[in-house]
Design a protein around this ligand. Structure first.
Ligand code: FES
Ligand code: MG
Length: 584
């Protein structure tokens, strides 16, 4: 094995069970194994092959998922790695999720993918599993599953797409999708040009080319140590990506032999490291929800107060869109995530163990040291002095809300204004572009009922468009507040994840047109300037919306089980009782 493939310390072959792993119970274990081998031999395997450590490979290819368009090749490369290391690779399908093809929202389906993946890992015999994910919700779903299933796991990501080019300007999904669409709405560009751009935004397979949720989660998975070092940033179409897959397959065999399970890697220290990196990436706000959900599966709570303290001392160092300028391929050329980790090292737990049997610190030391590059900035000259995300509280968000401050307008970070309220997505669609809408540039746009239960599935509609009549006047940003999420590729002064959500009777649902709201990011404050008696009167009159359709199937499970944003939007039944906090 090469540099990435050091074996964790334990006698080889000590704990693999191969095909006899987790037998279906026919009341006769020997007969169950006999039957299992008879069936799989229909695929042409020999007894020699079937005596090896079995490495499952979660195959998330789908014709609907361009972010996973390279998965077939990656499966082949993982298989090669497994066989070179003496194991037997067996791929199996699970649900896959693409952001644009996941009605009503990909967040609504994330937990379904987590359940599917967890149970397929449990159901089938395997000594270790390689999870191939990429698009936003897939890596979180897979890591939630891995945390719960508890067998040795290596995560692999599909990798970012390359950036495209439109009339000489580099473009990439999907920060530039939004930018060009806003220009089109503001009539800066015409229909012919917007159609031209449409062909350029996604020039290859792979995940979004900016520091959106997919790239954020890839970097967090590497930081957590559940993915090989320097494996987050290689573009989907690079040969590097295939080599990473091969090495991951080989490493899965070593992990299976050593019996290293996810809970040995996904420790409170690893999560604290991941929170630091999330802040320093200017990463997606969704990353916080997903980390909370993954940690929650292991009984680890994320403490938002502590996260906010970390934010005050952890600068944004990565100059990628949407907080900065570059694309993921630039970060890869700059040495990938290890370049950032090296810069952040004084703030990290370097003794955290990773999937290759080495500590995070050892992996940083072993990585190629590139100096004089412009993508990862030094700590004394950061892209943004504080962490990318700030936590807000106040009578409008008693549990919490967050804002991606690195992608917000500095002049709006302290702002007081009149609320212009939309009661939901339909109301927003109907009125936002109405020329008669009573709205001014210094108002605050409020969108209710897009929380975990509200829409349902907490859509990424928190990026409320600027009303057309203001956009046409050149207004580029306004304070916007909702209980929903925002795409990791979006930017603006946008308050998200307001909790408790409107649909649960949270104060956000009680805001009326004309109320005064004040936002003070520096002091972590978000308040509704309406007195308590008036709020109480409104609360008494509040009627939660009820659906006329019967609640059945997954929808019912979702509505009964979904937790709020600060608990990771996981299902209540999937979280064990928490045993510790991060950071401690
Ligand atoms: Fe899949 Fe952006 S849509 S990563
Ligand atoms: Mg996204």
């Amino acid at each position: 094995n090469d540099g990435n493939g050091q074996s964790p310390s334990q006698e080889e072959g000590a704990s693999t069970k191969g095909m006899s792993n987790r037998l279906t119970n026919y009341g006769d274990a020997d007969f169950s194994l006999f039957l299992r081998k008879a069936f799989i031999k229909g695929m042409g395997y020999t007894d020699d092959a079937l005596s090896r450590p079995v490495i499952g490979i979660a195959n998330t290819y789908s014709g609907y998922n361009a972010c996973h368009g390279n998965v077939p090749g990656l499966v082949e490369s993982v298989k090669r790695g497994v066989m070179l290391a003496g194991g037997l690779p067996v791929d199996f399908p699970t649900i896959t999720l693409h952001e644009s093809f996941a009605y009503p929202t990909s967040m609504y389906l994330r937990n379904l993918m987590a359940l599917d993946t967890e149970e397929m890992i449990r159901a089938q015999p395997m000594d270790a599993v390689v999870l191939i994910g990429g698009c936003d919700k897939t890596v979180p779903a897979q890591l939630m599953a891995a945390a719960s299933a508890g067998i040795p796991t290596v995560q692999v990501v599909t990798g970012p797409m390359l950036a495209g080019s439109h009339r000489g300007t580099r473009v990439g999904a999907c920060t530039d999708c939004r930018r060009y669409w806003a220009s089109y709405r503001g009539t800066d560009i015409d229909e012919a040009e917007i159609n031209e751009v449409n062909d350029k935004l996604v020039p290859t397979v792979g995940t979004c080319s900016v520091m959106g949720t997919a790239s954020t989660m890839a970097c967090l998975a590497e930081t957590l140590g559940i993915m090989l070092p320097n494996s987050a940033t290689a573009p989907a179409v690079y040969a590097d990506r295939q080599r990473i897959a091969e090495q991951s397959g080989a490493q899965a065999v070593q992990l299976a032999k050593a019996g290293v399970t996810p809970e040995q890697i996904l420790t409170p220290k690893a999560f604290e490291n991941a929170l630091r990196v999330l802040l320093s990436l200017g990463g997606s706000t969704n990353g916080l929800i997903h980390l909370t959900a993954i940690a929650g599966r292991l009984g680890i709570d994320i403490d938002l107060e502590a996260f906010d303290r970390m934010s005050q001392e952890t600068p944004v160092l990565v100059d990628l869109k949407p907080s900065g300028e570059g694309y993921m391929e630039d970060l890869h050329r700059a040495g990938g995530l290890p370049t950032l980790l090296r810069e952040l090292a004084p703030l990290l737990h370097l003794d955290a163990m990773t999937v290759n049997g080495r500590t995070l610190g050892e992996n940083i030391d072993a990585a190629v040291h590139l100096i004089d590059q412009k993508v990862v900035w030094p700590r004394d000259k950061p892209v943004y002095a504080q962490g990318g995300i700030a936590v807000l509280r106040g009578n409008l968000a008693p549990a919490s809300a967050i804002i991606k401050q690195s992608a917000a307008s500095p002049e709006l970070m302290t702002h007081r204004g009149r609320a212009v309220v939309f009661t939901g997505l339909e109301d927003l669609a109907e009125r936002i572009d109405d020329p008669d809408l009573d709205v001014r540039a210094d108002d605050i746009l409020v969108l209710q009922n897009i929380g975990p239960k509200g829409a349902p599935g907490m859509p990424e509609a928190g990026y409320i468009p600027i009303p057309k009549k203001l956009a046409a006047q050149g207004v580029k940003d306004m304070v916007r507040i909702s209980d929903g999420r925002m795409s990791g590729t979006a930017a603006g002064t946008i308050v998200l994840h307001v909790s408790p959500e409107s649909a649960e009777g949270g104060p956000l649902g009680l805001v009326c047109d004309g109320d005064i709201i004040s936002l003070d990011v520096r002091n972590n404050h978000l308040s509704l300037e309406v007195d308590d008696t008036e709020l109480e009167t409104r609360r008494q009159a509040f009627q939660p919306e009820t659906s006329s359709e019967p609640l059945l199937g997954y929808r019912r499970l979702f509505m009964e089980q979904i937790l709020q944003a600060e608990e990771g939007c996981d299902f209540r039944a999937c979280r064990p009782v928490s045993t510790c906090k991060v950071p401690r």
